[in-house]
Design a protein around this ligand. Structure first.
Ligand SMILES: *[C@@H]1O[C@H](CO)[C@@H](O)[C@H](O)[C@H]1NC(C)=O
Ligand SMILES: *[C@@H]1O[C@H](CO)[C@@H](O)[C@H](O)[C@H]1NC(C)=O
Ligand SMILES: *[C@@H]1O[C@H](CO)[C@@H](O)[C@H](O)[C@H]1NC(C)=O
Ligand SMILES: *[C@@H]1O[C@H](CO)[C@@H](O)[C@H](O)[C@H]1NC(C)=O
Ligand SMILES: *[C@@H]1O[C@H](CO)[C@@H](O)[C@H](O)[C@H]1NC(C)=O
Ligand SMILES: *[C@@H]1O[C@H](CO)[C@@H](O)[C@H](O)[C@H]1NC(C)=O
Ligand SMILES: *[C@@H]1O[C@H](CO)[C@@H](O)[C@H](O)[C@H]1NC(C)=O
Ligand SMILES: *[C@@H]1O[C@H](CO)[C@@H](O)[C@H](O)[C@H]1NC(C)=O
Ligand SMILES: *[C@@H]1O[C@H](CO)[C@@H](O)[C@H](O)[C@H]1NC(C)=O
Ligand SMILES: *[C@@H]1O[C@H](CO)[C@@H](O)[C@H](O)[C@H]1NC(C)=O
Ligand SMILES: *[C@@H]1O[C@H](CO)[C@@H](O)[C@H](O)[C@H]1NC(C)=O
Ligand SMILES: *[C@@H]1O[C@H](CO)[C@@H](O)[C@H](O)[C@H]1NC(C)=O
Length: 789
């Protein structure tokens, strides 16, 4: 047998994502075919280790019998028989970012028994993706002196990082990422002794207290090839570094920290680097010309910072660049010609900046390998123009096309006819006034995101489009006409608002698209009744069908859609009573039923404890206002009951709504005084202390304005017009500002006093507020949903 030690071979492999991965360090041991057999004292140590661990899925069931070298996860040196490898990674989690369910079903927990120290020859130890429940990272690991590979990532270790890890001077690979450990204040210096280290990952380790020395410390590691310090919170990225020792560095990942300086010059001395990632910091200033020194760079990731100015011309020197991410900065100007010379580019994302000028087909001539393009911004203003001729055939085949607020039109871009591999197509606010040509429908794409909103696209939309799993379609604000299109069950987000779609909502919508989470068909010309098959939309959380010509009763399917949290059916001709089952939607946040012909009594919403907006205005509801509205809706911000046929008095419970901002009881036959509870207790304990808008106009109120209302210090808009009130206007706080004559609307006064305190019409204000909240909600969930790209 030849002389064989645990030789370690470093294999640098490019993973799919392009990130250099040293996880592929390969070790020459294996548990099979060894010639010596297990050493008894080590077998006993392993059994002790097993005893200490909780093992919910019995992963260590093979740890029985004499030959521990044959046990799963254990490797021995095939000459000496010593255990040299222990791989207890929870591989059920592989391929997943982090899944709590998988970790608790398959992960080890419990304690790491110090018997581990018996395994003196251990070179490889992997305890990652388990759940040790926040216990102190055991310091005795620092005594396993022969370790070369140590992976303790995502294992829920807590406490401090034991400085005696610095004793592991032979370590090549160290991953402590995604635990809840911290270095002791002012102590990371033990790292400096790990002079062989090639890979270091401290993602999520709180380095905030190491501001002054984290960089000098890692700079002492001459062998370091790959350094990951994202989400570490060191607030300062030092601008100077006397000399550069980590000259082997190929991958530098400093994303998601709080760096707010300009970009330090020393970064550009690491000319052999392959990847630079400064994503998600607050770096400012211009990108320097010295960027051009990074000639070997293949991945340059600078998105989510505050860089200004234009892209330096020297970008053209980065001839190996494959991925360039500069999205979400504050950059502007003309994209330099040199960028278009980067013929290795695969991904170009400069979205979220304000570029000017024109992009022509000549610019793309050398970019045959381009797969992903993202350009434009969220502003409604268009500053960048694509000047491309009708018959251009692009050299690339894109998968991901994201263009927003750039001028592509007025004609639909015909160059798409060759883009047969597209999976994401966003041409939003692109100034296109056209019908979509057949050549596009004929591409037979299978998209996961089709967004052509905010153009002037017209014509009918065929039902033949194909979509991949969990996709989004947004045709908002165009002039599409004809019946509502119905596509595959794979669609989860569907935005068809603000078009000219007409006819009934297809009766089988719920069967054809059962997985819809978001449905917005508002502001069209749809007629007929709400189909019963809505009851099949069991995943639906957002339902916007407002502003159409829908009529008839609301069907009783609400028990089948338990996840709904926004329902807007306003501005239709819906009639009859509201089904009581609507009150079973316990997640409901916004319920907007205004401007219909609903009648009868309002059902109980007392189970809807998350309600933020309840708008029942402009209907024909009758009976008393339910006291339960005030009792069980601690989150209610907007309540409108205006213009109905309610009877009885304002329930005092309304004063108990701690967060109410807008209350509209106008056009309401109250025939009584304003309840004196309004404004009577400190803001934080209710009595409408947060109210901003209060409209009690045309409600036949009598009596005087309670002086207590001056404590409504957030009040902006108060309307008490057309009532039978008398007495003096209270003075103090907000009431001073209402006396400003510019916001008076002088109408007949009672008892000689002006009571007209109107700023805007209530209706407008309410609509605006609802609209804003709706959009905000959409945005939040949307950005969550699309975080993958
Ligand atoms: C012993 O392990 C080495 C790797 O360290 C391997 O190359 C060799 O084939 C093994 N020998 C036997 C007999 O299994
Ligand atoms: C290991 O490190 C600790 C703390 O850094 C130190 O006190 C101890 O002497 C070291 N042990 C050995 C064997 O080097
Ligand atoms: C760089 O390395 C040299 C030799 O290893 C060492 O003397 C020097 O202190 C290091 N410089 C820094 C800034 O770490
Ligand atoms: C970076 O390179 C410049 C120019 O080659 C040199 O003047 C400077 O000293 C270098 N800085 C460091 C920190 O090595
Ligand atoms: C940068 O961050 C530091 C530390 O958080 C803070 O003290 C400083 O004011 C910030 N500077 C700027 C310009 O925002
Ligand atoms: C870019 O490359 C050109 C030509 O090779 C060279 O003259 C120039 O100095 C380089 N610029 C930078 C910033 O590296
Ligand atoms: C859009 O353009 C208008 C008019 O030029 C300007 O007032 C507005 O600030 C711009 N909006 C943005 C978001 O740039
Ligand atoms: C578009 O390109 C044509 C010819 O290539 C040129 O004449 C025209 O001025 C360009 N328009 C814009 C807006 O750049
Ligand atoms: C693009 O489409 C044109 C016409 O439809 C065709 O002649 C050409 O071969 C296509 N080119 C590529 C690269 O697919
Ligand atoms: C749904 O998506 C999956 C995977 O993306 C795809 O294989 C399937 O064909 C799609 N189904 C439909 C009806 O488009
Ligand atoms: C709907 O989504 C579920 C998962 O949420 C999936 O299992 C199912 O296949 C989907 N149904 C259809 C018809 O796409
Ligand atoms: C409200 O919840 C209670 C208790 O869970 C339940 O008995 C009642 O039926 C619910 N009311 C409605 C309208 O769903």
């Amino acid at each position: 047998m030849s002389h064989i030690t645990a030789s370690i071979q470093l294999v640098l492999l490019l993973t799919l994502s392009g990130i250099l991965s040293l996880k592929t360090i390969q070790f020459g041991f294996c548990s099979a075919d060894h010639s010596v057999g297990c050493i008894d004292i080590e077998r006993k140590a392993l059994l002790k280790l097993k005893q200490g661990l909780t093992d919910p899925s019995d992963r260590l069931s093979s740890w029985v019998g004499e030959d521990c070298c044959k046990w799963s996860s254990v490797g021995c040196n095939n000459i000496t028989g010593h255990v040299n490898r222990l791989d207890l990674r929870n591989r059920y989690s592989d391929g997943l970012d982090y899944s709590g369910a998988i970790v608790s079903a398959f992960g080890f927990g419990g304690e790491i028994n110090p018997s581990l120290l018996v395994l003196k020859d251990l070179v490889y130890l992997d305890l990652s993706m388990n759940n040790f429940g926040g216990v102190q990272l055991p310091s005795f690991i620092g005594s396993l002196e022969k370790l070369k590979y140590l992976d303790l990532s995502s294992a829920s270790f807590g406490g401090i990082i034991p400085p005696n890890l610095g004793n592991l001077s032979g370590l090549l690979y160290l991953d402590l990422s995604n635990n809840i450990v911290e270095p002791i204040e002012n102590d990371l210096r033990w790292l400096a002794t790990l002079s062989s280290l090639k890979y270091l990952n401290l993602e999520g380790v709180n380095l905030a207290k190491t501001t002054s020395y984290w960089l000098p410390t890692v700079n002492m590691l001459p062998s370091l090839v790959e350094l990951h310090l994202p989400f570490c919170g060191p607030s300062i990225l030092p601008l100077t570094l006397p000399s550069i020792n980590f000259t082997s560095l190929l991958v530098l990942d400093l994303s998601s920290n709080y760096f707010n300086s300009t970009i330090p010059p020393w970064l550009f001395n690491l000319t052999e680097r392959e990847m630079l990632d400064l994503t998600d910091n607050s770096l400012t200033g211009k990108l320097p010309d010295s960027l051009g020194y990074l000639k070997s760079l293949r991945y340059l990731k600078l998105p989510d910072n505050s860089f200004q100015g234009s892209i330096p011309k020297s970008i053209g020197n980065l001839t190996s660049l494959e991925e360039f991410y500069l999205g979400w900065n504050q950059m502007s100007g003309i994209i330099p010609e040199s960028l278009w010379e980067l013929s290795s580019l695969v991904s170009l994302d400069v979205y979220g900046n304000t570029w000017q000028g024109a992009i022509t087909e000549a610019h793309f001539a050398k970019l045959g390998g381009l797969r992903k393009v993202s350009i434009g911004n969220n502003s409604p203003n268009i500053s960048l123009v694509f000047n491309i001729s009708y018959d251009w055939i692009p050299p690339f085949k894109l998968r991901f096309l994201y263009i927003r607020s750039c001028q592509l039109g007025p004609k639909f871009p015909t160059w798409l006819r060759n883009q047969t591999e597209l999976t994401t197509m966003v041409l939003r606010n692109a100034g296109i006034s056209d019908t979509i040509p057949d050549l596009f429908w004929q591409l037979d794409l299978q998209l996961d995101n089709l967004d052509i909103a905010n153009n002037h696209l017209s014509g009918r939309v065929p039902n033949s489009l194909r979509f991949s799993y969990s996709s989004t379609v947004d045709l908002t604000s165009n002039r599409f006409e004809g019946p509502l299109p119905l596509w595959s069950s794979n669609i989860t987000w569907l935005h068809l608002r603000d078009n000219l779609f007409s006819g009934p909502i297809p009766h089988n919508i719920g069967q054809v698209m059962p997985n819809l989470t978001y449905l917005d068909i508002s502001t069209n010309s749809l007629s007929g009744s709400i189909p019963m098959s809505f009851g099949n939309l069991s995943q639906l959380a957002f339902m916007f069908i407002s502003n159409n010509h829908l009529s008839g009763e609301i069907p009783h399917f609400w028990n089948n859609i338990p996840l709904l949290f926004i329902v807007d059916m306003s501005d239709n001709s819906l009639s009859s009573t509201i089904p009581g089952s609507l009150g079973s939607l316990t997640l409901l946040m916004f319920l907007i039923l205004s401007s219909n012909n609903f009648s009868g009594e309002v059902p109980s919403f007392k189970n809807c404890t998350y309600l933020n907006i309840l708008d029942l205005g402009d209907n024909k509801f009758s009976g008393p206002i339910l006291a339960s509205i005030g009792e069980s809706m601690p989150c209610l911000k907007i309540l409108s009951l205006r213009s109905n046929s309610f009877t009885g008095s304002i329930p005092l419970t309304l004063c108990g709504l701690p967060t109410l901002h807008i209350l509209d009881l106008s056009h309401y036959n109250l025939s009584e005084n304003i309840p004196h509870c309004i404004g009577n207790i400190p803001a934080n304990s209710g009595n409408l202390g947060w109210i901003e808008t209060l409209d009690l106009s045309m409600s036949k109120l009598s009596g005087s304005i309670p002086q207590s209302m001056v404590s409504l210090t957030f009040l902006n808009h108060l309307n008490l017009s057309y009532n039978n009130m008398f007495g003096k206007i209270p003075t103090g706080n907000q009431f001073q500002t209402f006396v400003d004559s510019s916001i008076y609307e002088t109408t007949p006064v009672l008892a000689g006093v002006h009571y007209q305190l109107v700023a805007k019409t209530m209706k407008k204000h309410l609509k605006f507020q609802v609209e804003m909240e709706k959009r905000m909600m959409t945005l939040n969930l949307k950005s969550y949903n699309s975080s993958s790209w």
